[in-house]
Structures are given as C-alpha cells and as structure tokens.
Design a protein around this ligand. Structure first.
Ligand SMILES: [Zn+2]
Length: 154
C-alpha cells in the first residue's frame, strides 16, 4: 500500500536522535539508545509492521534525583488501515497491537519514540537501599525555622 511497508531492517538508534526522550533523560551518553528491529508483512491484505525495541537510558530518580538506569524492551505491531474509521473499529486482540491509518506521513522514528515514552515510569525511583537519600535526610535534620522563631520569642 503506502510508505510504511517500505521500512525494514534493524539498527541501533542513539538516544540523541530522539529529542523528546533526550529531554526526559537524566543524561545522554553515546552508549544510551535502542536496538530497533523492523519487520513488515501482509495479513488479510493489510500491511502490518512489527517493531522490537530494546535498549537503555537514564532518567532522574524522583526521590534523590540521581540517574536511574532503565532497561526497556518493547514489542509492538502496527496494523495499517485505509481510513480513520476503519482504524477506530479495528478489533485489536492484543495489547501490543495498534491500528494506524496508512499515510505517507507515518514517521517511524517518532512512532518508536512514542512507544518508549509510553513505557517510561511516571515516578521512577531507585529500589529501596540503592536510593541516595542523603540530601533529603539532611533537609530533615535542619532545624525548623519556625521552631527557632518560637524559641526566640520565649
Ligand atoms: Zn534515588
């Protein structure tokens, strides 16, 4: 049918190539990025595209703000349909399937970035014991300014 079917192959895409992901990252190192495998085929006369994404990046821990390494593995299958209506009504029997309207504007890099963004935890935290809570604890040990004020008044 259209352009989407012409994508095929595999390769490593550096994190720096994903602007929205880079914005979420705690740091962008050359070794951060994703191995992407793209396969396309036809089923019931419809073009399908399977994407396998595997890789790593670091995001900030919401507790201590130190980088937290994330390993991600995502499998996704896009089913390309002719119209928006067809896509809305398409019965998806699996979570990793998504109906898309076939379009020459389909941007594979952006689609992959969307999938990874969806997989990022909303409030990432180090496992207990590995979190650098020092700064928070230090804050708690600081005397409460209101308490000092109260003591001065006495
Ligand atoms: Zn932490």
């Amino acid at each position: 049918m259209l352009a989407p079917v012409s994508y095929e192959g595999e390769g490593f895409i550096q994190l720096a190539n994903f602007p929205r992901l880079s914005a979420e990252a705690a740091s962008v190192n050359p070794e951060d990025g994703f191995d992407c495998q793209i396969l396309s085929w036809h089923q019931d006369d419809r073009p399908l595209m399977g994407v396998k994404i595997r890789g790593r990046m670091a995001i900030a821990c919401q507790r201590c703000l130190d980088p937290l390494g994330l390993e991600l593995e995502i499998h996704k299958t896009y089913v390309f349909l002719k119209t928006e209506g067809e896509a809305d009504e398409f019965p998806l029997d699996r979570d990793d399937e998504e109906a898309m309207v076939a379009s020459i504007h389909f941007n594979l890099l952006e689609a992959i970035e969307d999938e990874i963004l969806l997989e990022l935890p909303h409030a990432p935290k180090h496992p207990v014991g590995q979190c650098q809570l020092r700064s928070l604890e230090a804050d708690l040990e600081k005397p409460n300014p209101f308490k000092i004020l109260k003591n001065l008044k006495k």
